[in-house]
Design a protein around this ligand. Sequence first.
Ligand code: DLL
Length: 434
Amino acid sequence: MYFDPEYERMDRETLGDLQLERLQSTLTRVARNVPLYRRRFEEQDIDADDFRSLDDLRNLPFTTKQDLRDNYPYGLFAVPMREVVRIQASSGTTGKPTVVGYTRNDVRRWARLAARILTAGGVSRDDLVQVALHYGLFTGGLGFHYGCEELGASVIPASSGGTRRQVTVMQDYRTTALVCTPSYALHLADTMDEMGLNTNSLSLRYGLFGAEPWSEGMRREIEARLKVTATDNYGISELMGPGVAGECLERRGLHVNEDHFLFEVVDPGSGEPVAPGEVGELVVTTLTKEAFPLIRYRTGDLTRLLDGPCPCGRTFRRISRIIGRSDDMLIVRGVNVFPSQVEAVLLESEGLGPHYQIELSRGESHLDEATVLVEAAEESTATGSVMLQVEHVKKVEKRLASELGVSFKVRMVEPRSLARSEGKARRVVDKRSL
Ligand code: DLL
């Protein structure tokens, strides 16, 4: 039931002492080894040795995604490259993804935290776990894979895609636990229907899902169709990947691995802590990461802290499901996309005006469908043939797919046909009902 009972059930006072001790040593290390932190601490007269209480955390500056971009690729590493045994990156998007390094200890700890989350979701060494998340720079596949091995479960590294093959593997290998994104779980269920397969003939019992937003409604549908107990898992590559927080079988919020991460919830505008239980932006400080420690990292994810004991016996605090994002990053089929990246491609393409809108929907297949409506440039409609327009559209679709790592459909519309706004443009219409 617990993978690390001595930590997962630690009394809160001892946990607080452990967190403070680990925070102090993290602060000392980043001040010594990471120029960005050394500079900031000096500027603000922060001395790691003065840290006496976890409440002092709020005096430290935030780290933002922009800081990570400015220091691309290795500028925030706190150890020499010879200590780094693994490189991962934030999902899919090109431009400047965030590169994350892991020491041997980081990889070991990551495996243990993933094993905790798997255990909390019902998986044991008796299970056959099909990991249908991408293996590669994305942290999902490898993160869960190492967690399964650490736990002693039998891992089936199916990776993502090849949906019919996934179903065949699930049936033939008698998979008992499935790990993937929630939208892919529904796509698998649809494919099973198409293949005429009765899910009762499968051996599935547990499903661990994450990497994208989903809802209780989606959970019910996945559980009913795949006959699994479904749990939610939160992670983010900058911090580690999966293994940061996850639900236990009570499914009353996601337990945070608090011995390795400090969570705060702040008002995205003011940066001040919100009242207990209020929704705000999740800010995380790593307590044990060696290669890539982060201090007060603004995740952009909106959630709230849930206090009070959980009947499962774990003492770690919980967060609610991720409610949304404070910035404009979109997650399309698990790939992070910023509207600004779409815009950059459109603006460089011939025959297109600058006005566009991104529409997101979830089709019958349950997979995200992304369409960019873009106005034809006035001059191109005056002079251009339909054939030429079709050609432009195809070119742009190709560029978008290669720049973003996920396909977007492009629909050219009449000049001046998209709604204009007097304030901020509404660039994204999200019709995905979760
Ligand atoms: O998605 C790590 C992961 C892999 C987590 C597999 C769980 C399972 P990134 O690609 O860096 O890392 O994307 C991180 O995805 O900031 C959230 O916005 C979103 N996200 C992750 N888990 C959840 C979740 C992985 N359970 C970004 N619910 C985060 C809602 C989630 N959003």
